[in-house]
Design a binder for this molecule. Structure first.
Ligand code: BGC
Length: 251
């Protein structure tokens, strides 16, 4: 079965048709820069253009970088505050000829990694983190997701973890890899104390340069880094996979 997956990020909105049985992209990703400011109608126009590009009509999965319940947006850490309270399922469906399921971006990436990637066949407690503009999180017990965790907003030394250990902070503050790794280790250490995970999976912009920070991590838990290429696609794949329930049963 082929469904469209769209991943909304702070800088780009990307989509592709996905084979939801295998997790394979069936065409090259199409990307449009995220409108600034990222107001709901402007973003919805771009979502419509991506469906149009693939001449796609039908059930679509869309990621969003916020808490999302039944399509309603409940937070706006890195997007325009006017999103709060928006019914994103209905808004996007008005721009795509088909029903839409909107889910948190890290949850979608986590689902893709657990079904088709680094977390395949991994039982126990797995925590996926995306280190990008913010920090996204997804936690799984025996492959089952607890949705909408926001570990990037755990307070570490009085500050949100994502304000200390995201890829953006490393770049903006020009931190050395060693200094940034110390922040990341502290964050992972806190998660270890709280959840005793069996595995951390790390994706996002930072994963490209894992050789520079893995050696500095003091974490006791196993850490797997998702290659950046795969991570770029994980949101699209997970979103499409989570939209499967929108497909009408065959008559
Ligand atoms: C948001 C999360 C999101 C993460 C990654 C955080 O600031 O609160 O919902 O998953 O950024 O985009």
């Amino acid at each position: 079965m082929t469904l469209l997956g769209i991943d909304i990020g702070g800088t780009g909105i990307k989509g592709a048709p996905v084979d939801v049985e295998t997790g394979a992209l069936l065409a090259e990703r199409f990307r449009i820069p995220t409108p600034q400011p990222s107001l709901p109608n402007a973003v919805a126009d771009v979502v419509g253009q991506i469906a149009e590009h693939f001449k796609y009509k039908g059930p679509t999965g869309v990621t969003f970088p916020a808490v999302v319940k039944k399509g309603i947006i409940y937070s706006a850490a890195n997007v325009d505050p006017s999103w709060i309270g928006t019914d994103a399922n209905a808004l996007f469906a008005a721009h795509i000829d088909g029903p839409v399921e909107v889910v948190n971006d890290a949850d979608a990436a986590g689902i893709a990694e657990m079904r088709f990637g680094a977390g395949r066949d991994r039982d126990g407690v797995v925590i996926l983190l995306t280190l990008g503009t913010g920090i996204g999180s997804a936690i799984f017990l025996n492959g089952k997701l607890l949705p909408n965790t926001e570990f990037g907003h755990l307070k570490i030394r009085g500050k949100d973890a994502e304000k200390r250990a995201s890829e953006k902070v490393r770049e903006d503050k020009d931190l050395t890899w060693k200094a940034w790794s110390a922040h990341l280790s502290e964050f992972l250490g806190e998660l270890e104390r709280l959840f005793s995970p069996d595995l951390f999976i790390i994706g996002g912009g930072a994963s490209k340069k894992s050789a520079k920070f893995l050696p500095f991590l003091t974490t006791k838990t196993e850490v797997l880094i998702v290659p950046a290429e795969m991570h770029n696609e994980a949101g699209i794949i997970g979103a499409a996979y989570l939209a499967k329930h929108l497909v009408a049963p065959a008559q």
